[in-house]
Write a protein that binds this ligand. Structure first.
Ligand code: COA
Length: 180
């Protein structure tokens, strides 16, 4: 398996991966790719902060991990800058073989090279992907019912101390955390 950056030729695949990542299995609504919840992941792909990685083997794409700045900011870093949000999916017949782990690690490296302060994500608490994120160094920073927000800081072990570090009280390294 090899990894390469997402290119404009991968747009259809990003849409396919978005449908896997943004909707629970078996619950795809009609015209799902046209819903804002989906479109926010690929619309106008190629903006300056967009970064992504595709895994492929034998000419077939196996999965993708990508990040972008979203209009609705999920997390801000201690300097008040919006943190890019990521999505990840692997085609069903190649899961549990390490593809997701490698994609996520490469996206983290790509984001660090781009000098991003952090990567953020949301995930349903019941999604087994939570374990992948924890294993990859993402910390739980917020819990709204079943919806978890996780962040991986890229500036060292933790976010730098700052009086504006609005996330600091929400940044325990272990569950359980505050609801809200
Ligand atoms: C989450 C996902 C990208 C992981 O990719 P993967 O190639 O299966 O991941 P890996 O093989 O590297 O690692 C497997 C880990 O992912 C977790 N996982 C998530 N969904 C899984 C699945 N359907 N099958 C197996 N493992 C899964 C497991 O907990 C496992 O962690 P562990 O090794 O600590 O037990 C992939 O399962 C997927 O595409 N899921 C559907 C889309 C999705 O939910 N995306 C995340 C939205 S927040």
């Amino acid at each position: 398996m090899e990894l390469r950056p997402v290119s404009s030729r991968d747009l259809d695949f990003l849409i396919e991966m978005t449908l896997l990542a943004a909707f629970p299995p078996g619950s795809l609504p009609d015209a799902a790719p046209d819903l804002p919840h989906a479109k926010r992941w690929f619309d106008d792909w190629g903006r300056p902060a967009d970064r992504g990685v595709v895994a492929w083997h034998d000419g077939r794409r196996l999965g993708a991990a990508w990040c972008r700045l979203q209009e609705r900011v999920l997390v801000r870093d201690p300097a008040g800058q919006p943190v890019p949000e990521l999505a990840i999916a692997v085609v069903p017949d190649h899961r549990a073989g390490g593809v997701g782990t490698r994609l996520l690690a490469e996206l983290v490296r790509t984001a660090a090279r781009a000098d991003y302060s952090a990567l953020s994500l949301t995930v349903n608490a019941a999604n087994p992907a939570v374990r992948l994120y924890e294993r990859s160094g993402f910390d739980l920073v917020r819990r709204d019912g079943d919806r978890l927000t996780m962040v991986k800081w890229l500036m060292g072990d933790s976010a730098p101390p700052s009086p504006e570090a609005s996330l600091a009280p929400l940044r325990p390294r272990r569950w359980p955390v505050q609801s809200g």
